[in-house]
Design a protein around this ligand. Sequence first.
Ligand code: BG6
Ligand code: MG
Length: 213
Amino acid sequence: MSRFKAVIFDLDGVITDTAHYHYLAWKQLAESQGVHFDHAFNENLKGIDRMGSLDLILASSSRTYTPEEKLALADTKNLHYQELIATMSSKDLLPGAVEALDAVRRAGLRIGLASVSKNAFTVLGRLGITDKFDYVVDAATIARGKPDPEIFLKAARELGVAPADCLGVEDAVAGVAAIKSAGMFALGIGHPFVLTEADVVITSLKEFNLAAY
Ligand code: BG6
Ligand code: MG
């Protein structure tokens, strides 16, 4: 039924629309520092960890920031983000997400989650899908964020599956790059014009068809 032995999913923007909440929280933070922020700029932040995202935003600022100031700004953004996700529930699952997870399970493949978000366990809990994963990478244990392959390689190792036997699912340019440099097949969620490195791009998990990849 499938040539793969595991499917490793990203979370934000793939399984749930937290990508929008990250956008709102970063936009408020950026504008508080006089930095223009729009959807095009946000595309560069998708999949990038918290401090990496902040550095990209502050690169457009006219002033410099001390490490302490940066930590305070990152905390401000995170508190706002946590307020936004506090009322999430299973109604916030993106269309096709549960069906895709269940199809992978039925096909007998292992299922991993590779999100660089330190809020991933909270979000999974609110969505009520924690037990659908065989392994969830703890972002706090990852030294290098996407596009580095570390997080996908760790997921594969913990699942006991060779990278070449893994299908990675991502909505971010940096995430697709991480999957490809891990030596995996990349399924992009979004637009082929944006996710140019992906092996296949679909609009959403509603179109997920394991047998087709
Ligand atoms: C990624 C998101 O999944 O997690 C990024 O795509 C986000 O937008 C990153 O910055 C880190 O998330 P958090 O919750 O640790 O700030
Ligand atoms: Mg994502």
